[in-house]
Structures are given as structure tokens and as C-alpha cells.
Design a binder for this molecule. Structure first.
Ligand code: FES
Length: 244
């Protein structure tokens, strides 16, 4: 089943992990490098478009995606039961390559989605920093990897969670590279701190997508180096490319 293709596969699990947030597990042998995504579709003619989801987890038997219910497509994803079919198209986009040495993974909110598979695939030494607006979710999965895990939330809810922003608890000094996904403001702040310390930063940008293969230009973002298609030129970019 590996390779860039449309796969029709059965749902193996679909679990709520926070209000309006779920993890969809699809059975099958899929492929991806950390940071790549799939276009996912599991409904009739409406809504028309598949939705892009970063690979959250992957093993020999299944692939997982984290979704937030934000519209009709994700509302329909939430209703899927084990055994029902979904269409996956991918893997798509440019992912992350591991740098040697101790690395940091930094995620904000739903930006944690591509970081779990990256943390798992890249192995130690790696530290993970996650920031949330409210109560943290999916932290047990990250903690089970055995890497150091640092948590922040704007409300300070949860055990061992610092009140504040993830960018306030992350110091890039001592890391050989940083990998991040989250809101633009978070990535911009990270870029400043990493740049000041000479630490390379690779960011995964989130954008609405229609085709996922570089054809419709619907995901184009303007960068200081010209327009870039997030689905085809990214979603992973060197931060210099996106912000300087
Ligand atoms: Fe069509 Fe990126 S989604 S070009």
C-alpha cells in the first residue's frame, strides 16, 4: 500500500481526546516521513474536498491523524466508526529530516499533530515542548516515548504544566536543531529566538488546501522569497525561507 496513491482503508479507531479533538486511526500499511501529510476524505459528494492531515503516528499496521472539528468535513470524520471506509491520498509534501545531535520539537495546540511521529521516528536525544490554550491533551503518548517533555498552557491547567506560552518555556540554547508546528505568531517568536542563538529551525506551516499536490495554488503563502505552495514546497520549510 506504500507510495503516493489513493488508498481506501477501514477505520480502526476514532477517539475523542479533548473537546472537539479526536484521533482517527486507519488500518493499513502506509508510508510517510515525519512532517508529511495525507488528504483524507470519508463522505459523499458534499463537502467536495478532502482535508489535509499531518501524520500523527504510523506503524506497520496503521496510520493516525489528529483532527479538530472545525467544519462539515471534520464533523463527519468525528462520526466515523471502526470498520467504515476512508480514502487517503498521500504521502504528500516535504517532511523533516533529522539533524544530528540533541534536537527540540516545539508544538502549539493542534501543531502537536506532526510532532509525535517525528519524535518517535527521530529518537533520542530529543526534547519536546508543547503549548496549549487550555487543558493539555495527548501528553501521555508523548510521555511514553521517554523523551523529556515540557508543557505550558495559557490557563496553567494540568499537572506539571507551566502557565504561559510554549515560547516562554523554550530556550534554544544547547540544541542542534529545532522542529516546530503551530500558530504563525508562535513560529515567528521561535524563529527570533532560534535565529539569535544560531539554531536551525524547520517549521511546518498549516494552510487550507484543496488539491494537496501543487495544482490549484489555493495554499499559496507569500514569503520573503516569493510565493510558496504549502502542499508542494512544504509544509516543512526552513524558517529563514518563511520568515526572513
Ligand atoms: Fe492546491 Fe496546494 S492545495 S496547490
Amino acid at each position: 500500500m506504500a507510495g503516493l496513491n489513493v488508498h481506501e482503508a477501514p477505520v480502526a479507531g476514532n477517539e475523542a481526546v479533548a473537546p472537539g479533538v479526536g484521533v482517527l486511526v486507519v488500518r493499513g500499511a502506509f508510508a510517510a516521513t515525519p512532517g508529511q501529510f495525507y488528504m483524507v476524505r470519508a463522505w459523499g459528494p458534499y463537502p467536495l474536498l478532502a482535508r489535509p492531515f499531518s501524520v500523527f503516528d504510523l506503524d506497520e499496521e496503521s496510520i493516525s491523524f489528529v483532527y479538530a472539528v472545525r467544519g462539515e468535513g471534520t464533523r463527519l470524520l468525528q462520526t466515523l466508526s471502526p470498520g467504515e471506509g476512508v480514502n487517503l491520498f498521500g504521502p504528500l509534501g516535504v517532511g523533516w529530516q533529522r539533524a544530528p545531535g540533541r534536537i527540540a520539537l516545539v508544538g502549539g495546540g493542534m501543531g502537536l499533530a506532526p510532532l509525535y511521529y517525528a519524535a518517535k521516528a527521530f529518537g533520542s536525544p530529543a526534547d519536546t515542548y508543547l503549548g496549549f490554550s487550555g487543558r493539555p491533551f495527548l501528553v501521555e503518548k508523548f510521555a511514553a516515548l521517554g523523551h523529556k517533555l515540557f508543557l505550558a498552557s495559557e490557563t496553567g491547567e494540568g499537572e506539571g504544566v507551566e502557565r504561559g506560552l510554549v515560547t516562554e518555556i523554550f530556550d534554544p540554547r544547547g540544541y542542534s536543531a529545532c522542529y516546530a508546528c503551530g500558530p504563525r505568531a508562535m513560529l515567528g517568536a521561535l524563529y527570533k529566538s532560534c535565529h539569535a542563538q544560531g539554531v536551525p529551525l524547520w517549521v511546518s506551516l498549516e494552510e487550507r488546501m484543496a488539491c494537496g499536490i501543487g495544482a490549484c495554488l489555493g495554499c499559496t503563502v507569500l514569503t520573503p522569497h516569493g510565493p510558496k505552495r504549502v502542499c508542494h514546497d512544504g509544509p516543512v520549510f526552513q524558517a529563514e525561507e518563511a520568515f526572513s
